[in-house]
Design a protein around this ligand. Structure first.
Ligand SMILES: [Zn+2]
Length: 212
């Protein structure tokens, strides 16, 4: 009989408590890329905020960003569907994001709604991680058609740690990995709120159409 598979952790970088404690010196700093992905209502933003808060508790220097396209709730905060909040800087592009990061002092960079960034976010994440920064990217891994969303698949490839979260299917209660669009708006970039999408499992999901 084969040995059971090793159960691994949930993908949060283990540097918490391992990295030399927050003195910010480049020596000994070890960067990495973490991706937190899943459908809408899977708790991606809560998980990002949780990791950010833990880093701040450890007195690490943390920067949090979101794309400017997403102004659903608040222009300068990252806000989860559950109402958790953290101060964030809204940026129009990956290049603008990079311009806000002082690599000599930053220790953790969090990015919400990463699926909306241009492909330059790949090089930005790599260069920040190579400079010793822990980069945490949260985002939708699939669009409303159930297709890979923007730079997310590539980010998952280059990441050290990937956490895929699930919501609960609104139809049958199974684990949901897809976001069903409920109103008729064209375009992948459409940003909706709770009323515009619902989580669905593979079986209940109807790709690319409005299925209220
Ligand atoms: Zn279902």
């Amino acid at each position: 009989m084969r040995a059971p598979m090793t159960i691994r952790g949930h993908g949060e970088h283990l540097s918490f408590g391992v990295r030399p404690s927050g003195d910010g010196s480049l020596e000994g700093r070890r960067g990495c890329i973490e991706v937190v992905c899943g459908s809408m209502f899977s708790g991606k933003t809560e998980e990002l905020i949780r990791r950010i808060k833990r880093a701040r508790l450890a007195r690490q220097r943390v920067l949090l960003f979101k794309p400017r396209i997403d102004n659903r709730y608040d222009d300068v905060k990252v806000v989860s569907h559950e109402g958790l909040k953290a101060e964030a800087t809204a940026v129009a592009s990956s290049a603008e994001l990079l311009s806000f990061v002082d690599v000599a002092t930053a220790q953790v960079v969090g990015i919400d709604e990463s699926q909306f960034f241009d492909d330059g976010i790949l090089d930005v994440a790599e260069s920040l991680a190579n400079a010793g920064i822990r980069v945490i990217l949260a985002g939708l891994d699939q669009d409303y058609r159930g297709r890979p969303f923007g730079p997310m698949p590539a980010l998952m490839s280059i990441a050290e740690y990937v956490t895929k979260l699930h919501a609960v299917c609104n139809r049958c209660g199974a684990e949901a990995c897809r976001s069903q669009r409920l109103i008729g708006t064209e375009g992948q970039l459409f940003v909706g709120g709770a009323a515009d999408y619902e989580p669905r499992c593979r079986r209940c999901f109807v790709p690319g159409v409005v299925d209220g």
